[in-house]
Design a protein around this ligand. Structure first.
Ligand SMILES: [Fe+2]
Length: 310
């Protein structure tokens, strides 16, 4: 009898240990096309440190967490949640007069309410022109218009889907970004959290590419024509994968999204910019978290085996 009781105690202890390491103990995760919806937790109020650690882990694993029904997240709380992930980076955006706090970027389809138009030109990674690219974008839909949508595309799947030749070429490329500073990033690099291979989409601020940075014999900058050819090549590959990979989020009031800025490219849909008179008022708050390290390749590049150019 006593040994049976001992077995029961061991069983209960095991269950208890298992609960503390199960990612679904603190909230429900429902996978969507990219990332997960999160229910059963109110992050508008303080949560224990172990829950915060679980959320950070889940963001790295799933890349986007969409917290539903979060109606009590004040601007101050939004900023506090963002600080779970590190220091904030607010130096690169203009503040709207109605922005409640310096660290909150306020976007809207009505310029008297927030900055417009914003984020809908093309898919991108935020603050690409900083030496340490922002690690997370954290969004709250304060007022949802009828057609407010954001699209997200996972980047590591695209790297994995490259042909051997494309991969060899892309591994040799660095991207020169000119905005406030001239920053050079490897086109393909190791994600700082997951170590997955990810890449940057060139933007209007990509002024050139550099072949074979670090190899004094073959290193060279591209001229404008070649820059534009490479830019188009990268965008063509991205577009090829877009339909299969993109997740389009239809915003609802109470949605609070934590997105891994280096794991996914994002873009606001054109419909989100429609005028207030047509679709109602849209107000989105965003906080960005500063990157902790400059992007780098933490692996031996396969392109070292063979070199090909355009
Ligand atoms: Fe953005």
């Amino acid at each position: 009898m006593s040994s049976l009781r001992a077995l029961c105690v061991i069983f209960i202890l095991c269950c208890s240990v298992m609960r503390t390491v199960t990612s679904h103990e603190f909230y429900d995760l429902k996978p969507v096309k990219l990332g997960c919806e999160v229910r059963g937790i109110d992050i508008g109020h303080p949560v224990p440190m172990r829950v915060i650690e679980q959320i950070k882990q889940d963001v790295t694993e799933h890349r986007i967490l969409i917290f539903k029904d979060q109606h009590e997240i004040s601007p101050k709380r939004h900023v506090r949640i963002s600080r779970w992930f590190g220091d904030l980076e607010s130096s690169f955006f203009t503040q709207h007069p109605k922005s409640p706090l310096r660290d909150i970027y306020r976007a809207s389809n009505d310029k008297s309410e927030g900055i417009r138009p914003v984020g809908n030109e093309e898919f991108h990674t935020d603050c690409l022109y900083l030496p340490k690219v922002c690690s997370h974008g954290i969004y709250q839909m304060v007022n949802g218009s009828k057609e407010a949508e954001s699209a997200f595309v996972p980047l590591s799947e695209i790297v994995e889907g490259l042909t051997k030749e494309q991969r060899n070429r892309w591994e040799r490329l660095w991207m020169v970004v000119q905005q406030t500073t001239r920053v050079v990033h490897p086109l393909i690099y190791s994600h700082p959290g997951s170590n997955e291979k990810v890449f940057f989409l060139p933007t209007d601020y990509t002024v050139a590419f550099e072949w074979d940075r670090g190899n004094s014999k073959t290193r060279r900058l591209t001229e404008p024509e070649e820059t534009s050819q490479i830019r188009n090549e990268i965008h063509d590959v991205f577009t090829e994968h877009l339909k299969d990979l993109q997740y389009i989020h239809k915003w609802e009031v109470g949605d609070f999204i934590i997105s891994d800025n280096q794991a996914v490219a994002h873009c606001a849909s054109p419909s989100s910019q429609k005028p207030r008179t047509e679709v109602g008022l849209r107000v989105l708050h965003r906080v960005t978290v500063a990157g902790k390290e400059a992007p780098e390749k933490k692996y031996i590049s396969p392109s070292l085996e063979r070199k090909t150019e355009l």
